[in-house]
Design a protein around this ligand. Structure first.
Ligand code: ZN
Length: 345
């Protein structure tokens, strides 16, 4: 990691220098050619400012239990970094939840992140990489280095860094279990009144991932969003996905048979007679969640969407809303993971 930092620090001025040298060389060559010498408008290159590097914030050490456990984390560049659970959790919480959230929401997030990491470790899905987890949010959990976090948080870097370190240390070693094993502690951004059950999203029921009420609402940024598509755009997307649907009729009759799940999300629908799941429709039309309605007027479709994410497990904005109501992290976790227990690592 130190080598990478050194390279990063050297790289910007080195590349800037290289670009300037090449540009000057080209200009000199151009000046030798016909006409160039007569051209008084040879541009002078503006100096490229070197971006200021934020200092890495000083972090208090994680708790005893999270310090004692090591994790091998597959980085995006393919290398594997070995670090303590506490250091890993800091990076995940910093990446996964806004640092401005309530301390108890961040503590709940730290427990989810710890539990999810252990669940992944037990699943051994990165065995072939020689790692326990990876730093890719599309696979395991999102991940932000203290240096990148400081750059993102700017003036708040020190207080936010300490706040996240506190959330990790305050929940040192705490893990959610069901039947004695770490649960699949999935989480998402914001729900549409209720969370979704694992079964309605992934087709496999889990007793601790069932729909529960979630209190967030209009305080969530982009809580209500819309996606507008013309009939031609819908047709192109449907054809690209090879749905095999018949879109020869009037657009007003294209979307039919919308079936809703227990949590009110779209479980399935038909497009030109071809059935697709709510999740497939979400990804096909780039919707923020499967809690949507679709309407048509004059050959244009409008998808009205509520919330963001798959909807299963802990809602981050819901956790923040509960924390604002005075609920502690243990209560927040008990609310979103039905029947799960908190245990010491
Ligand atoms: Zn992974």
């Amino acid at each position: 990691m130190r080598n990478q930092d050194a390279w990063r620090a050297l790289r910007a001025p080195f590349l800037t220098g290289l670009c300037l040298s090449l540009a000057l060389m080209l200009l000199s060559l151009a000046a030798l050619g016909e006409g160039a010498a007569a051209n008084p408008d040879i541009p002078t290159l503006p100096a490229v400012p070197t971006p200021a590097r934020s200092p890495a914030p000083t972090l208090p050490p994680p708790g005893e239990r999270d310090s004692a456990r090591t994790l091998r984390v597959l980085q995006k560049d393919g290398t594997v970094a070995t670090m303590s659970m506490g250091d890993y959790l800091w990076r995940v919480v910093a990446a996964e939840m806004p640092a401005s959230f309530e301390p108890d929401a961040l503590r709940a997030q730290a427990v989810c992140a710890r539990t999810y990491a252990l669940w992944r470790l037990n699943a051994q899905s990165h065995k072939e990489d020689g790692a326990d987890v990876c730093a890719d949010s599309a696979c395991c959990q999102a991940y932000l280095t203290p240096e990148d976090a400081a750059r993102k948080w700017e003036a708040n870097a020190q207080p936010y860094s300490r706040k996240i370190a506190g959330a990790v240390a305050d929940t040192d070693g705490q893990v959610l279990t069901y039947g004695g094993a770490p649960i699949q502690a999935v989480f998402f951004s914001s729900a549409a009144g209720s969370t979704a059950g694992a079964e309605e999203v992934w087709g496999r029921a889990l007793p601790y991932l069932v729909p529960v009420d979630s209190p967030e609402g209009d305080e969530v940024p982009n809580y209500h969003s819309t996606v507008t598509l013309t009939a031609d755009e819908v047709k192109t997307l449907a054809e690209g996905a090879g749905l095999g649907c018949d879109l020869s009729g009037e657009p007003s009759g294209w979307f039919t048979d919308i079936v809703r799940s227990a949590s009110g999300r779209v479980a399935s629908l038909k497009l030109g007679g071809a059935e697709l799941s709510g999740g497939a429709a979400r990804s096909l039309f780039s919707l923020r969640s499967t809690a949507f309605d679709v309407g048509e007027a004059d050959g244009t479709f409008t998808f009205s969407v509520t919330g963001y994410g798959h909807g299963v497990g802990l809602s981050q904005y819901g956790a923040n809303a509960l924390a604002k109501q005075g609920k502690g992290w243990r209560e927040i976790l008990a609310h979103y993971y039905t029947g799960a227990e908190l245990e010491q690592l």
